[in-house]
Design a protein around this ligand. Structure first.
Ligand SMILES: *Cc1c(COP(=O)(O)O)cnc(C)c1O
Length: 478
């Protein structure tokens, strides 16, 4: 197409000022920054101009100002909306790393809010009126809850592991079983973490079997650490053997070498009475004599993202004084949330009642049936164009914890009839708030185990909205 023709097409595109006079834009200007609104208008017009030049023909969009203004309003609104938003996790996966892992208790939230809006004694000793240390706010609690001599906390467990390895074994060797060289996801792979910490990895045993004698034979003048890693997101089953913490500690003591264990998730309570597998609690690992252990704050503990390091005083001191400790230090808001979460554990019943992750873990299958039926009742008011039923469905713990555990229960399965399951899932992700279910073949499952109190209503409202029907509030008014 000739330049002159393109020029005449471009002339049909309205000017920025023309769109700014549109009522929809004027309305937006009363509640949004002017620069953001004009920016959106410019971007909408620029895109149309570019497409016209590129395709050499009139754009597909209608060029009337009200239509273009509406496009600009939508663009501006998407830019006004926070990027990090609340979503409803109806996947049934409790510790969903992509969805932010553990939701916090009400007390943890209050503690964070309290510390966030004012000054605090973060690093100030109120008794002495002089400089204090930030880890003191949780050290005593952690020691009381686990029996450890000393404790400190950092940004996350990946950091805790890197720091502890660097502080205890940099420039020397750490011995680790080939069956425990885990990858947690992304770039957290044990061999690489050791290399980054300046530690020489000495692998022993085989993928499926490692014996105590393998560690014993590998010990030499360069050995600084015996390392055990919790295989938190996989299991090796069949003809297998790994050395227990107790046996490793005995060997370490004999040879005068410290033993470290990366517990990954770290449970403070034994929940086997709720059908969960019997795994050693943090206290039991401390009692086994492990010198340093590390675990996450936002996995089974149910607190904010943090890395907890505890064990023998001398080892914890070395870790605290490593330069990386400053680089990985915990933020005050996290510390406030972590302390409040840990306080719940002083009373087992309170922990089970107040910490959302524990409540979900302990939820009886019958309760998930009741919640499913409630949800179903909220979405099944009329003969809408989908089928929905309550089905048996188990939950997973997720987040690299208890990988083989299935928590039995029930869920609502929705089979859309007028659209694909993928489209229904996509529309629910765009709803307010976004609802994330689990796609299983041609149906979408909503597992109430991971829904907080009252979130059934939100799921139903979003479903009703997406399927083009009235929300439950509107139905009540009929
Ligand atoms: C999850 C996990 C980590 C990483 O912990 P983050 O808190 O996510 O940094 C490290 N080691 C093991 C064994 C884990 O399971």
């Amino acid at each position: 197409m000739a330049d002159a023709q393109i020029q005449s097409l471009l002339k049909k595109i309205p000017a920025v000022d023309r769109l700014l006079d549109e009522p929809s834009i004027m309305a937006l200007l009363s509640r949004a920054p002017r620069d953001l609104v004009t920016g959106a208008v410019r971007d909408v017009l620029a895109e149309i101009r570019e497409k016209t030049i590129h395709n050499g023909r009139s754009p597909e969009e209608k060029l009337d100002p009200p239509n273009l203004a509406l496009k600009a309003v939508r663009l501006a609104e998407s830019r006004l909306r926070p990027s990090l938003r609340r979503v409803v996790n109806a996947t049934g996966t409790l510790i969903h790393t992509n969805l932010g892992r553990a939701p916090l208790s009400a007390a943890a939230l209050r503690a964070i809010a309290d510390i966030a809006v004012s000054y605090s004694n973060l690093e100030y000793d109120l008794q002495l009126g002089q400089r204090g240390k930030r880890h003191t706010h949780v050290e005593e609690l952690l020691c009381r809850l686990t029996g450890a001599e000393a404790a400190t906390v950092v940004n996350n467990n990946a950091g805790a592991t890197l720091l502890a390895l660097g502080a205890l074994a940099a420039g020397k060797e750490a011995i680790v079983s080939r069956g425990e060289l885990v990858e947690i996801g992304g770039s957290f792979r044990m061999p690489e973490v050791m290399a980054t910490g300046g530690v020489v990895m000495r692998e022993v045993g085989t993928t499926n079997k490692t014996h105590l004698r393998d560690y014993c034979q590998a010990i030499g003048p360069e050995t600084a650490l015996l390392l055990k890693v919790h295989t938190s997101n996989y299991r090796i089953v069949g003809f297998t053997e790994q050395v227990s913490s107790t046996d490793l500690v005995r060997l370490g003591r004999q040879k005068g070498i410290p033993v470290m264990e990366d517990l990954g998730s770290g449970m403070l309570l034994d929940l086997s009475c709720y059908g969960l597998p019997r795994e050693p609690t943090v206290r039991e690992t401390v009692e086994a004599g492990i010198d340093i252990l590390t675990f996450s704050g936002d996995k089974l503990l149910g607190g904010p993202q943090a890395g907890i390091i505890l064990g023998r005083r001398e080892a914890v001191e070395r870790i605290r004084h490593h330069p990386l400790a400053r680089a990985l230090r915990i933020d005050k808001l996290t510390l406030a949330g972590l302390e409040a979460t840990l306080r719940h554990y002083l009373d087992r019943e309170e922990a089970l009642r107040e910490i959302p992750i524990l409540r979900m873990l302990a939820m009886a299958p019958e309760k998930t049936r009741e919640k499913s039926e409630r949800l179903l009742a909220l979405v099944q008011k009329r003969g809408w164009d989908f089928q929905a039923e309550v089905i048996p469905e188990s939950s997973r713990v997720g987040g690299g914890a208890l990988p083989l555990t299935e928590l039995p229960g029930f869920a609502v399965a929705v089979t859309p009839l007028g659209m694909s399951t993928a489209l229904l899932a996509q529309r629910l992700r765009a709803a307010a708030p976004p609802v994330i279910g689990r796609i299983q073949e041609n149906r979408l499952l909503f597992n109430p185990r991971t829904l907080a109190e009252g979130e059934e209503e939100l799921v139903a409202a979003s479903l009703n909205q997406v399927l083009g029907h009235k929300s439950p509030e509107e139905n009540h008014q009929d």
